[in-house]
Design a protein around this ligand. Structure first.
Ligand code: HEM
Length: 141
């Protein structure tokens, strides 16, 4: 049971990250686009990708939480608690993407493509930290 939940958890984590990596990449190109056709195309691409990203994230969290429901002892592990703190940051990052996407859609973007290039690095750092916590399971204290 648990290994099946874990398998689907990882499948949807991958789906979620595909979006978290590519959405800010679209912002990089969107920020330097000038013509109306490109601007409109990016708005549509971003909206669709955001939808798929949200579904991946929701299912990854659903399967993660269901493992804790099946085996509540997980909650006493330090690595899992630390991981959950980083997951909250990840959800915050996705919300920020949504706000930035809306600003683009309404023609209010003020940030440069260079800024988005840096913004694009954050999910990679969170991915490294979360996977190390989930796989190595370091013990704290
Ligand atoms: C609310 C969100 C989440 C919850 C409740 C959760 C919970 C869990 C639990 C209970 C396990 C089983 C650990 C084990 O038995 O080895 C697990 C495994 C795993 N999680 Fe999450 N997780 C969440 C989000 C994430 C995210 C965002 C990532 C990636 C960035 C992630 C990556 C992994 C990986 C790679 C494993 C497999 C570890 C292994 O096989 O040793 N999880 N998660």
């Amino acid at each position: 049971m648990l290994i099946w939940l874990k398998a689907f958890h990882v499948i949807f984590v991958v789906t979620w990250f595909a979006g978290l990596f590519y959405l800010p990449r679209l912002f990089v190109y969107h920020a330097s686009a000038k013509d109306a056709v490109s601007l409109e195309r990016f708005v549509v691409m971003e909206r669709r990708l955001y939808g798929i990203t949200t579904i991946g994230g929701a299912l990854a969290i659903l399967f993660g939480v269901s493992m804790i429901v099946v085996q509540p002892q997980y909650l006493s592990a330090g690595w899992l608690r630390a991981k959950l703190v980083l997951v909250v940051l990840l959800i915050g990052y996705q919300h920020m993407c949504r706000a930035l996407m809306r600003a683009f859609r309404e023609g209010r973007n003020t940030r440069s493509d260079r800024w988005y290039r840096w913004f694009n690095e954050a999910p990679a750092l969170l991915l490294i930290a979360i996977v190390i916590l989930a796989v190595v399971k370091p013990s704290f204290g």
